[in-house]
Structure formats: structure tokens, C-alpha cells
Design a protein around this ligand. Structure first.
Ligand code: SF4
Length: 335
């Protein structure tokens, strides 16, 4: 059901005369690797290598691996361009090919109390935005698609850490409709003070995220309370190619020192409980790598791992509004 654009890859390899290619697939598409390699090797003279490391976002290009194997092109599947890697990279966005007309029509029941709808999508379904917009407009809804801001590559595009376009137009809508999955839409729900409904074309489901958002927010508030009382902080800087937020980490360290706390900057590729647990003296971690690790992996961590925004709330530099109930995921953005 995904468009892997094999012909486009072959044309690009021939165009730039690439000889050694590193392909990188997200976890759910790794099963396609051998078929893709077979197709590309049959249609070009290039040698193919498959990155076996985990890959969760466009922030995670395997630049070091590519240099070590002397690759002259990375083919990255599953995401839009996220940062300038200064290395030849072809992004295959893996559009999901299905007709979502029926799901869009069913979503009208969830939207019946709202007139002004903010419409956004993850990159896999971005080509469906105009179709869904027409369906909503034909049912007397006013639809606004936000501009591409921050790391968003397209109008209406959201990522797990990028919702600034939606936040900018939030005051003009009553509700958001997302084409995507619970991961992307929950990030939006935690970033805005409006109801968020998600159409999930892959599982053919529609969800209202209100109750999950409330549960997550309560758990985040408990971590913020722990941060208020903690004295020794570890500040995590992710070493993945698009996540190296050193200036944010140094800024956090200065804030903590000014507030009379101890703070240490830790670098790591993957942020896991096994990596953190040996730093027994550290009471709490502030994560400047992928902000969703703090939220999604909460049950895997034995010690609290909070986001930058949550730290600002703990230090009383940012006010958490209990009525609005929204925690902004990554106001600093990732590189
Ligand atoms: S930082 Fe996290 S949410 Fe953002 S693109 Fe990377 S993996 Fe996705």
C-alpha cells in the first residue's frame, strides 16, 4: 500500500552516477529491504548497503555509517527532508495509497459541533489533504490548513515534534482533524488547547484524543513536581544527526546552575533506561533529543525524563495553564 518510488530511485542513482548506496528504512518498512535492494541492483550498477540501525524520523540520517562505507548516496524512506545533512540524500516519503473518502465522511459525526476545522497530516497522507478539505467544505465546514513552519516540509504537514504551524492558527479554529496515527495526533493534542480528532487511514479508525491527552498530561505534571524538588540533573543531548541540541543543553545547564542545582550534560545515541540507570547520582533527566522519547517511553524509564518545556514549568519560567491543559512538546525545535 506504500509508494516506495523504485523507478525514481533508479533514475536518481543513474543521474548522479552513484556507485555505493546506503538505504535506510523505518522499522515497519525494513521487511521491504531485500526486495528494494534486488530491484535497484538489477536496474543499476550500484552496490547497495542496508542500515540495520533503528530509524524513527528524518532527524536520524545515518551520516556516519554512510561515510564509513564510502557511500555516495543515502536513500531514506518514510519521512520528508528534515535538515540539511550536507550529504547527498534522497527522501522517499512512502505515501500511503488508499482512498480515504469514506473515513473522511465518517469523521463528520465527530466534527458535528464544530464549524472551523484545522486540517493537518503526517507526510504519508499529505496528498489526501485537498480531497478531505473538499469533503468537509461540502458539508458546510470552514477548513484551514496551516502554513509549513519550522521543520514541516509541506503546508499542513505535522511531525512528532513540530506543530508550530498549527499553534499559529489555533485561535482561528474550533477543532483539529489529523490524517495520520495516534503518535502524530497526540503530539498535536499535547501542543494545542483544542479538541483533536484523528483519521487513521492505515488502521481504518477514527479517534477523539481527549481522554488519552488528560491521562498523559496528569502523568507529565507529576514529573514536573519531581523536577521542582530535584537537585542533580542530567541533560541529555542526542547524537543522532538531526538532534544535536548543544546550545539548548548549555542554556538549560546555565538555568539550573543559576537556580542552585547541579547539572551535567550527557551525550548519547539512543536514550534508554539501560543508558541512564548507571548514572545513579542523577535524580532527573532533561531530554533535548527527540522530545517524544520522554513522553512515549515513560514506562520504560526508572527515573523521570522530562522535556525542556517541562523543565521551564518546574523552574517557574513558563506557566502551565491547568484550564488549557496543554504541554508544548518542542518549542525549541530540533536541529
Ligand atoms: S525528533 Fe523525534 S519526533 Fe522529531 S522527527 Fe525525529 S524521531 Fe520524529
Amino acid at each position: 500500500m506504500y509508494d516506495l518510488e523504485e523507478q525514481k530511485i533508479v533514475e536518481e542513482i543513474k543521474k548522479i552516477k552513484a556507485k555505493r548506496i546506503l538505504i535506510q528504512l523505518p522499522e515497519g518498512l525494513k521487511k521491504e529491504a531485500n526486495r528494494l535492494v534486488g530491484y535497484i541492483e538489477k536496474n543499476t550498477n550500484a552496490k547497495l548497503f542496508i542500515s540495520g540501525e533503528s530509524c524513527w524520523g528524518g532527524c536520524d540520517l545515518p551520516l556516519e555509517e554512510a561515510k564509513k562505507i564510502k557511500a555516495d548516496l543515502i536513500v531514506h524512506f518514510g519521512h520528508a527532508p528534515f535538515f540539511n545533512p550536507n550529504f547527498p540524500a534522497l527522501y522517499i516519503e512512502t505515501k500511503y495509497k488508499t482512498d480515504i473518502t469514506k473515513l473522511a465522511e465518517s469523521s463528520l459525526e465527530y466534527l458535528k459541533n464544530f464549524d472551523n476545522i484545522g486540517l493537518v497530516s503526517s507526510v504519508q497522507h499529505i496528498h489526501q489533504l485537498d480531497n478531505v478539505k473538499i469533503i468537509l467544505e461540502n458539508n458546510n465546514k470552514k477548513v484551514i490548513i496551516p502554513e509549513a513552519k519550522g521543520r514541516a516540509f509541506y503546508k499542513g504537514h505535522i511531525l512528532g515534534c513540530e506543530y508550530s504551524g498549527s499553534k499559529l492558527m489555533e485561535k482561528n479554529v474550533d477543532c483539529f482533524l489529523v490524517l495520520g496515527n495516534k503518535f502524530h495526533s497526540m503530539g498535536l493534542a499535547l501542543s494545542v488547547d483544542k479538541k483533536v480528532i484523528v483519521i487513521d487511514p492505515i488502521n481504518e479508525e477514527i479517534h477523539d484524543l481527549d481522554s488519552d491527552k488528560k491521562k498523559i498530561t496528569l502523568r507529565r505534571l507529576k514529573l514536573i513536581e519531581k523536577a521542582r524538588e530535584a537537585n542533580i540533573f542530567g541533560i541529555i543531548v542526542g547524537m543522532k544527526s538531526g538532534q544535536q541540541n548543544f546550545s539548548v543543553a548549555e542554556n538549560i545547564k546555565n538555568k539550573l546552575l543559576k537556580n542552585g542545582r547541579e547539572a551535567y550534560i550527557l551525550t548519547m545515541n539512543n536514550v534508554t533506561n539501560d543508558q541512564l540507570i548507571n548514572f545513579y547520582n542523577i535524580e532527573i533527566f532533561v531530554n533535548t533529543s527527540c522530545p517524544r522519547i520522554s513522553i512515549e517511553d515513560i514506562d520504560r524509564f526508572e527515573k523521570p525524563v522530562i522535556t525542556y518545556t517541562e523543565l521551564l514549568i518546574a523552574l517557574d519560567e513558563l506557566k502551565f495553564d491547568r484550564d488549557k491543559n496543554n504541554i508544548i512538546i518542542a518549542p525549541y525545535g530540533v536541529k
